[in-house]
Design a protein around this ligand. Structure first.
Ligand SMILES: C[S@@+](CC[C@H](N)C(=O)[O-])C[C@H]1O[C@@H](n2cnc3c(N)ncnc32)[C@H](O)[C@@H]1O
Length: 256
């Protein structure tokens, strides 16, 4: 088969280190019959060992040439699409009733945050997610309050998922190598997430972190006044000092 030339615009960095591939597959621990979906299978570096254990695997690939190659694999169900346009509710309905999705992928780094937010809306359909991402992004995802990495992304994901950085992956594990370090994150949706309007929470967190060095009374304080909030919330703090639970409680308390 003709050699594939990596396309930069699709964030193509193909895994080439067998040891790292084995470690990722071990972390995912695929079981026969799992309702697994891989985002961006590329040249099948992860796809092949996964499908050998699963029996069948659904893959979502945007690159037309790669999708064509993947369709030749008899155990793959190939969705040729931009993952951001895939309706995961429709996808979940294709698996036996009640089987939650397991989503995996070495994501295209240029759209990794939009992919995480796209899946956030479908977290109730998901058992777990394992993603290779830029290490710096994972540091922000799993960060604790009062650290420099604690940010909008930390709050917007931690209210819904339990997350863990499970593997460090250096640039030389890929062909072509990316310019940044990578890592693998495990994300497990919380079984009983708080009842909160995600859009409202998103708005609050965005305003709070808009000027992360300033005290919240200069940013969120004003916003809370405008939204008729008269409850108890200490705005003499910086956004990075506020625990996730406090943001959630605030989003629940602000009048709609
Ligand atoms: C970092 S590469 C990973 C390839 C392969 N999984 C590996 O580990 O070697 C990202 C893959 O995602 C695909 N991709 C890029 N943008 C996409 C999108 N919006 N939707 C689906 N796949 C996409 C690329 O074509 C590429 O195959």
């Amino acid at each position: 088969m003709a050699q594939h030339i990596a396309r930069k615009r699709f964030g193509q960095h193909f895994l080439s280190d067998g040891g790292i591939i084995d470690s990722i597959v071990r972390e995912i621990a695929p079981q026969p019959g799992d309702a697994m979906v891989e985002i961006g299978p590329g040249l099948a570096a992860l796809t092949q060992p996964l499908v050998e254990r699963l029996g069948r695997l659904t893959v979502i690939e945007l690159d037309r040439d790669l999708a064509k190659r993947l369709r030749e694999h008899p155990q793959l169900d190939v969705i040729e699409s931009d993952v951001l346009k895939v309706d995961f509710a429709e996808l979940a309905a294709k698996f036996p009733a009640g089987k939650p999705l397991r989503v995996v992928g070495n994501l295209p780094y240029n759209i990794s945050t939009p992919i995480l937010f796209h899946l956030l809306g479908h977290a109730h359909l998901v058992a777990d997610q394992h993603f290779m991402l830029q290490k710096e992004v994972i540091d922000r995802m799993v960060a604790s309050p009062a650290t420099s990495d604690y940010s909008r992304l930390s709050v917007m994901l931690q209210w819904r998922y339990e997350m863990e950085n499970v593997l460090f992956v250096p640039p030389e594990s890929f062909d072509p190598p990316p310019r940044v370090d990578s890592a693998v994150v495990r994300m497990v949706p919380l079984a009983t997430p708080p009842a909160v309007d995600e859009r409202r929470l998103g708005e609050i967190v965005q305003v709070a972190f808009s000027q992360r060095r300033k005290l919240l009374r200069h940013t969120l304080g004003k916003w809370l006044q405008e939204h008729g909030f008269s409850g108890d919330f200490d705005t003499q703090r910086r956004a990075e000092e506020v625990p996730v639970a406090d943001y959630v409680a605030l989003a629940q308390a602000v009048p709609q």
